[in-house]
Design a protein around this ligand. Structure first.
Ligand SMILES: Cc1ncc(COP(=O)(O)O)c(C=O)c1O
Length: 408
C-alpha cells in the first residue's frame, strides 16, 4: 500500500519516479497520439503496436493470401484456446480452463444458464452491478423461469435462495476490489456458485483465481488487455467442473467434433464447450498479440503502479473538494478512480478538449483510469493539473461541453 508521504509531491518528483519505474519499458509497446494523456484505458485500451502489426499480417497475408487454408495453416481454429491460455496466466488459472469467445454479456448468459441447470435456486446480482450483468440475468430468468434476485450491495449473497450469483471483482464505478476468497467460501458452503465478472480486473489486478477458490468467471478483452474495440471476451471454468456443464448457446464451435457435422450436439471437452459460433479471427488476433505485452510482467507490480498513480491523482485533486467514491489513498483499489461532481459530464468534455481523456458514468461520476502499462507519473501529474485548472477557471461552463454525445 502506498503511504501518502511516499507519493510524488512535485512534478520533478513524478519525473524521477518515472525514471525508476520497473514497468517503464512496457510503454514502448504503445504509440499514443502526441499531446494526449489517456486516462481511459479502463474503458478501451489503446493499441499496442504489435496488435496493429498482427492485424495487418492477418488481413493481408493470412486472409488475403492464405484464404480459407489459414484456418489450418495459421492455426486460426485454435486461437480461442491459445489466446485463452495467455489470459489464464494473468488471472491465476490453468491454461486449459480459459477460452476466448463472444462478449462478456453472452458469456454471462452461457455460464449462468449452465450453472443454474446444475445448482438450481435463484440467480442473483447486487444493486449497483454493471447493468449488462443484471440485464442478462433478467433475460435468462424470463426464458428459463429461474427466480431472479437483486440483493442489497454487500449482503451475503447466499443467505437466501440464490445459488448462482454474478459479481464484479472490481466495481465499475468505485473500483473497489471484492474479497473473492471470502465470497467463494460462502458460495461453496451454500452449494452455490459465483460468476466473477473480471472486466475491470484483468490486466491490472493481481488475480489468483486458483488460490482464491474461484471456479467460474468471465472478463473482457478491450479494457486493460488492450485487445481493441469490441475485442472478444473470455470464459473461465475449472476443467473438471466445466466437464459436467451444459451451456444453453450450444453452437457448433463448442461441439466435441465440429467438422463431423453430427446432427446431435455433444459438448467439447472442458471450457471449450463455452465456444458458440465462428470466432472473429481479426479481433481475436489483435487481442492475442496485445496479450504478449504482458509477457514476463508481474501482475503485482502492475497493480501497485496503477494504485500509486491513482493515489497520486487523488491526493493532487483533493483540494478541489470533489467527493471520491473510490477506495481512498492507501487502500487497495482497481485501476481507476471515480469522483462525483454534479457537472462531471461537462468537466470530462472540457478535459477531452485539452487532450486529457477520461469518461463519465451517469448520473454524476467522472472516471479516470490509470493503466500501468503506458502511463507515466508525469502524465498523471499533468492530468490532475488539467482537472484542477478546469474546475478553478470554470472552463467547463462553455456551452459546447454540455452537448451530450451517445457514448459518454
Ligand atoms: C463490469 C462489466 N461487465 C460487462 C461489460 C460489458 O461487456 P460486453 O460489452 O463485452 O458484453 C462491461 C463494459 O464496460 C463492464 O464494465
Amino acid at each position: 500500500m502506498t503511504n501518502r508521504s511516499e507519493l510524488p509531491t512535485t512534478r520533478d518528483e513524478a519525473v524521477r519516479r518515472d525514471a525508476d519505474d520497473p514497468l517503464r519499458a512496457l510503454s514502448a509497446h504503445f504509440d499514443l497520439p502526441t499531446g494526449i494523456i489517456y486516462l481511459d484505458g479502463n474503458s478501451l485500451g489503446p493499441p499496442p503496436r504489435r496488435a496493429i502489426d498482427r492485424l495487418t499480417h492477418v488481413a493481408g497475408v493470412e486472409w488475403a493470401g492464405g484464404l480459407i487454408k489459414s484456418w489450418n495453416d495459421a492455426n486460426w481454429i485454435n486461437l480461442p484456446k491459445t489466446c485463452g491460455a495467455k489470459v489464464a496466466r494473468l488471472i491465476g488459472a490453468a491454461a486449459d480452463d480459459v477460452i476466448v469467445a463472444d462478449s462478456v454479456s453472452a458469456n454471462i448468459f452461457k455460464l449462468a444458464g449452465a450453472l443454474w441447470r446444475r445448482y438450481g435456486g435463484a440467480v442473483g446480482f447486487e444493486a449497483g452491478e454493471f447493468p449488462t450483468d443484471s440485464y442478462v440475468l433478467q433475460g435468462l430468468s424470463d426464458l428459463s423461469g429461474a427466480p431472479l434476485r437483486q440483493l442489497p450491495s454487500g449482503a451475503d449473497p447466499f443467505a437466501g435462495d440464490v445459488k448462482v450469483f454474478v459479481k464484479s471483482a472490481v466495481d465499475y464505478k468505485t473500483a473497489a476490489i471484492a474479497d473473492i476468497s471470502h465470497i467463494e467460501k460462502k458460495a461453496q458452503a451454500a452449494n452455490g456458485a459465483v460468476i466473477w465478472d473480471l472486466s475491470h480486473a484483468t490486466g491490472v489486478v493481481d488475480l489468483d483465481l486458483a488460490r482464491d477458490g474461484a471456479l467460474y468467471a468471465v472478463g473482457c478483452g478491450y479494457k486493460f488487455l488492450n485487445g481493441g474495440p469490441g475485442a472478444p471476451a473470455f470464459v473461465y471454468a475449472v476443467g473438471e467442473l466445466a466437464q459436467s456443464l451444459r451451456q444453453p448457446l450450444s453452437g457448433w464451435m463448442g461441439h466435441a467434433a465440429p467438422f463431423a457435422f453430427d446432427q446431435q450436439y455433444a459438448p467439447a471437452v472442458g471450457v471449450s464447450r463455452f465456444a458458440c459460433g465462428t470466432p472473429p479471427i481479426l479481433s481475436l488476433s489483435a487481442l492475442d498479440a496485445a496479450l504478449d505485452v504482458f509477457d514476463g510482467a508481474r501482475m503485482a507490480q502492475l497493480e501497485t503502479k496503477a494504485r500509486t498513480l491513482g493515489d497520486m491523482f487523488l491526493s493532487r485533486v483533493r483540494s478541489a473538494g470533489l467527493e471520491t467514491i473510490s477506495p481512498d489513498v492507501g487502500e487497495r483499489r482497481g485501476g481507476h478512480v471515480s469522483l462525483r461532481y454534479e457537472h462531471g459530464y461537462e468537466v470530462v468534455q472540457a478535459l477531452i478538449a485539452r487532450g486529457v481523456i477520461g469518461d463519465f458514468r451517469a448520473p454524476d461520476i467522472m472516471r479516470f483510469g490509470f493503466s500501468p502499462a503506458y502511463l507515466s507519473y508525469a502524465d498523471v501529474w499533468d492530468g490532475a493539473d488539467a482537472l484542477l485548472s478546469i474546475l478553478q477557471t470554470e472552463e467547463w461552463r462553455k456551452p459546447e461541453f454540455a452537448v451530450r454525445r451517445s457514448v459518454t
